[in-house]
Design a protein around this ligand. Sequence first.
Ligand SMILES: Nc1nc2c(ncn2[C@@H]2O[C@H](COP(=O)(O)OP(=O)(O)OP(=O)(O)O)[C@@H](O)[C@H]2O)c(=O)[nH]1
Ligand SMILES: [Mg+2]
Length: 623
Amino acid sequence: MACASVALSCYILSAGSSHKSRKSRKFYREKPKPSDSLHFPPAIHSAGGEATSYTRLPLKDDFQLDLSSGLSTPFYDVIKLREAAVLAVDSRSKKPSKPTGFLEEIGEGYDVEEEFLGFDSDDDDEVIFGIESDDVGVEGLDEDEELKEDDVKEKGVPAVMRCFDRAKIYVKAGDGGNGVVAFRREKYVPYGGPSGGDGGKGGDVYVEVDGSMNSLLPFRKNVHFRAGRGGHGLGKKQAGGKGEDVVVKVAPGTVIRESGKGPAEGVLLLELLNPGQRALLLPGGRGGRGNASFKTGTRKAPKIAENGEAGAEMWLDLELKLVADVGIVGAPNAGKSTLLSAITAAQPSIADYPFTTLLPNLGVVSMDYDETMVVADLPGLLEGAHKGFGLGHEFLRHTERCAVLVHVVDGSSQRPDYEFDAVRLELELFSPGLSEKPYIVAFNKMDLPEAYEKWHSFKEYLKNRGIEPLCMSAMYGQGTSDVIAAAYSLLQKEMAKRAVEEEWAQSENLNHVADSIEKQRSASMNDFEIFHESSSNTWRVVGAGIERFVQMTNWRYNESLRRFQHALEACGVNKALRKGGVREGDTVIVGEMEMVWNDGNEQPGPSGTKKGVSGSVRWPQFG
Ligand SMILES: Nc1nc2c(ncn2[C@@H]2O[C@H](COP(=O)(O)OP(=O)(O)OP(=O)(O)O)[C@@H](O)[C@H]2O)c(=O)[nH]1
Ligand SMILES: [Mg+2]
C-alpha cells in the first residue's frame, strides 16, 4: 500500500501559533465551516467612553420614612457621588501588608495552585509512565502586555477613578488532568491488563451577581481568575479529581464583554442585573484518557494516554451601569441639578455655567411609605455629544438602565424648541434604545419672564408632536411635584412591563458562552481548512477538532504517533494535502505540531489504515 504519510519531525511551536498571522492564501477548503467560531449575540451599542464614576447604591428597601422626626422629615434619602467618596472607598479597600507588584503579577486570592499528582507512592505494585512535572499547564497569554495597553486607553482619567465602573480581567478555566499509562501487577494475576486512570475535569469559571457589591473596585487588584487543574489519573484505574471552580463576583448591573482587539468594543457576552444570577462562563477542560480507556478486543495492552484538554481562557471587559430608575437629561445649565436638589436631599453643585456637573449625582425620592425611586442627574448634553463633545456622553451609557427619562429644557434659552430637538437627537444618535424610553419634558425657569413668555409656543410646538410638556421652576420648587408624580406613574407602568420581560429573562440560559465553547469543542475533525504559504513551502491545517486532537496527544508514547497518523488519514487531511499538491519535504503545521511531509514509504502509516477513508471522525465524548 502506498502510504503517503506525514513524517513527524516534531517541533513544538509556541502556544497558539496556529491562530496567528494567516496571511497565506487560502488554498483549499475541505468543507464549509458554519459553526467553527464562537457565536454570541450582537454587541449593544454604546459610546465606549473612558471616563469612570463611582456609584454607590443602597438597597431600595433601606429607605424608610422616619416618622419620629415629624413633618419636617424629608421624604427622601440621598446618595452622593463625589470624588471624596471615591477616595474614601479607595483608601478603605487597600490591604496594608501585601506587596502590590507581586500581587498584581499573580493575581490575588483566587489563584488556585495547580497540584501535581504524579506517581502513586503507596502503590508499588503499579508502574505508571509518562507524567512529569512539566505537564502542569502553562498559561498562554501575555497578560501584562494587555494590561499595559489598557492603561494607555485610560490615560487622562484620574487613577483613583479608574476601575470603578469599568474593569478588565483575565479568566481561565482549569486544564483537564492527564491520563496515565499503568499496568496491573498482582500476585497470581498474570497479564493484569492496563489500569491507567483518566485525568479529572478542569475547574469551571462562573460569574455571579453579588447583591452586596456596588462597584467594580475589587478588580483593581484581582485581575486574574484561574480555575484549578483537574487531577492527573492514577494507577488502579483511579480517575483524577475535578479541578477547583472559580466564581467571579460582580455587582448588579454589570455588563460583560469579551475584550475587543484594539479600540473596537468586544462582543457582548452577558448582562447581569439581578443579585443571585449565576452563569457558567468557561467550562473546564476534559480530562485525558488513561490507557485503561484505550483497551479494546484487539489491543489488550495499549501504551497510550492523553493529555488533559486545555481550559478556555479569555480577557473580559466589565462595565457597571448605574442602576437608577429615572435619569434627568438636558442641555448644560438647564437646571437638572437644581431639580434633583429640589426633589431629593442630594446637594449637587449648582452654578450658572455649563458643565457644573462632572459626574452623575444620585438621589432617592420617597413617594410613599415604601415606594421610592432612584433619580440620576447627568452632566449636560451638547450638540455632538454622541461624538464625544462635552461630558454628557461619558455617562449616557448609564441611562440605558433607567426606565424613564426626565428631559429638562432651559426655558430662558433663546430657542427652547431647538434645544429640545438637539438633545433628543443626541439621545437618538447615541443609542436608539435610549430615545425610545418613555420620557417627560419639564420646561424649567418659569419664574423668569423670558421663560414664561416662551412657554405657550413651546407647549404648542410639542403638543403638535403628541407630547404633553410640564412646566416648573426648579429653583423655587414650583411644579416639581407634578414632574415627580408624572415620572413616578410612568415608572410604575414601565416596571409592570419589565416585570413580565424579566420573568421571561430569568428563564433565559445564562450559560450560552460555555455552551458555545462546548459546541466548538465537539467540532468534527473533518471540519478544517488548509492554508498554503508557497514562499516557505508550509501547509497550515486549521480546525478546532484536529487542533484539539493534537493538544491532547501525549507525544511521549509511541502509539500516539500511530494514532495521529491514523487520524490525519481518516479525517481527510492527508488526502486534502495531496490534492493541494504537497511535496516531499514540505512543512505541515497542525496546532502546535510541526511536521515534515514524506511521500515515500520509509515512514509507514498505521497498519490497517485505508487510504482516503473519509468517515466522520469525532472527538470522543467522555468525562
Ligand atoms: N431662575 C431660575 N434659575 C434656575 C432655575 N433652575 C436652575 N436655575 C439656575 O440655572 C443655573 C444652572 O443650574 P444647574 O442646576 O446647575 O444646571 P444643570 O442643568 O445641572 O447644568 P450642568 O450641570 O452644567 O449641565 C444655576 O445658576 C441655577 O441657579 C429656575 O427654576 N429658575
Ligand atoms: Mg448639573
